[in-house]
Design a protein around this ligand. Sequence first.
Ligand code: ADP
Length: 467
Amino acid sequence: MKFIWHKFDPSSLKVRLTLGIAIASVCSLGGLAMWTGMRMQQILIATHKENIKYIADRFADDVRIYSDMVSLEEGTQRTVDNLSGNNKVLWVKTDSGEVTAKSLVLQDKAIADILLPLNNVPPIPHVQDLQGRYWLLCASPLEIDNNNLGKLYIGQDITDDQVMLLSLMRSLSIATLIAISMMTGVIAVYVDRSIRPLKRISQITSNISAEKLSEAQVHLDNAPREVKELAETFDEMLTRLSESWEHQRQLLSNVSHELRTPLTIISGYLQSTLRRGNNLTEIQREALTTASSEADRTVQLLRDLLDLARVDSGGMHFQLEPIMVNDMVKEIIEMAGQYSDRIINLESSANPLIIEADVNRFKQIMLNLIDNAVKYSPAPNPITLKIEQYQNRAQIQVCDKGAGIPLTQQGRIFERFYRLDEARNRAGGTGLGLSIVKTLVEGMSGNISVRSQLGEGTTFTVCFPLA
Ligand code: ADP
């Protein structure tokens, strides 16, 4: 049902064009067929009408000629007999309703019962359907030499002609319907073929991502000129977008690089001043501590931005070498201990696990996850790192007992700049850490996932293939 609705989506260009052209052809072909039918009927009846009018006009003169030889009644009857025949019947009826002369056919009671009782017949011939037969009828006053003879009725049975005309009109309607359906079918196919290049453009453009901007090109063969022009405009726009994207990346990379060095120096000076400044007042120490931690935070942000710029420009390289996960994680826990006094436990399987990874990037991943665990779980809750073999992979888990992450947001925390609701997220951060971690893990053929329960804690699991 959904499929059919999709095919007949009234907002689609294909349906609109097909319907529009189909309606136009129904109107024009239908109108033409109707006009032809009406015209044919007019021509057919017009001939009979002329004939009847001619008889009505000469009737009185004919009676007059006969009445020179016979009586007026006799003359009327002879004229009636003379002009009857060929599906034509005549009768004369006085004002009191008495039939004084009639065609021989009217001796037949069946026909007489239909025609003779008719009154109110108009003087201009018109078609009447009388018990399944079509009659062209007219009546005009008959007065000869000041003698009022009543009315002369003339009837012409046109049933055969009318039946033929109706069957002709039926055939015409069927032919028109067939022509319209065939035209609609052909139009639908034609419209579908004509808008295929447009569909192709939308297909190609839907697959273009920021990373592939420079390679993206909309190539169309055999497309109409207008669509080709559209594709060319698209290509030009993609080139401009790619250039400006490249500029932006370059700018981000340059700015991050240029700012990182002076800020690292500032941070170093602040820390050494804090260490050596024995005569600092409490307020000065507080101000310097705040400045130092803000400088550190900014250096971290710049480092993240630089990493992102490298990832985007494809400049992130990994120097893979075999590393012993168990020893490396122990070393990382010791490093983390220098920045935080949180207790970090290690649960490790006995057998040593070796993976192929870039040592510095591996450390960056683990320190980032440990840093998050410390930031987003309250002291003194400990952090636990677990190492185990899972099938042919080394699995490292970083577990905390923090507030947890709502299920709806668990899929989004790996997006750039995504952070949970500020109110629940008081620890400072940039929202870049996890997206870089994910890129690094995947860059070394691993994967990362998160499991979290609100109020109970969060576990990040990183897996790498064993070497
Ligand atoms: P940030 O610099 O904000 O820490 P991240 O990319 O590292 O950026 O993390 C994105 C968001 O994911 C964080 O803002 C935080 O809300 C949430 N998050 C990350 N790790 C944890 C965790 N261990 N417990 C709870 N929330 C977390």
